[in-house]
Design a protein. Sequence first.
Length: 276
Amino acid sequence: MEDNYIDIKHLSFAYDQRRPILKDISLTIPRRKVVAVMGGSGSGKTTLLRNICGQEKPQKNCGAIRVMGRDMMNIGRNDLYELRKKIGMLFQFGGLFSDMSVFDNVAFPLREHTQLSPEVINDIVLLKLQAVGLRGSAKLYPSELSGGMARRVALARAVVMDPQLILYDEPFAGLDPISLAITARLIRELNDALNATSIIVTHDIAESFQIVDYVYLMWQGDIVAQGTPAEMENSSLPYVRQFVDAKTDGPLPFHQPALPLGEEFQIGTALPHRNF
């Protein structure tokens, strides 16, 4: 098995040619490591995850992606389906099925992808819920859970198949400090227990730096800095200092690229007409 679970070289991606999302990105993620991909909103972090798991595929000659030794640019549908069985995903805000109980949410991947008996599925689900401290909430529904509890259920579902690669899209968003600390600790502990490899897309610095092995900092589709948490905290690079210190002024602008405001006023913005 290759040491680098993820190997990306010169990857570019755009939903349309006028607005590139990823710009010539290269990165590697070793086995059994927890790696954070950080950056401001709209910097391309979630799009990078979608390319890694094959949900999006760049055009030809736009770089290379290898995941667990598989060429994601040329992988067939059946092979992609099999590969995804080895990948766990924690979606932004959890993504639980609202009409399913906690137990059924966690059991869903096992029922979808395996031929295990109901008895075995029952035992596995209870073990995963025990690992996140929610075995006593198995019969509840998502509407009956707090935000932190829902995120832990989503975490149990993400690891229920004992994946080799786990992708986390903003796992700390909207959590109170206690729930955030618990979720961060669980991510690290579950990664180590499963001998897995994890990628965390996040804005959170304090908790992430305590659990990750390496950090990539993105801005507007580019990787502008990288290093261990200690290297990032001690970095003098303006991009890193602005992000780590939450400075409003610096090389990472608040405004998205646009025409000068006065020029746009003269042109006018083409909004669809609505009749009330």
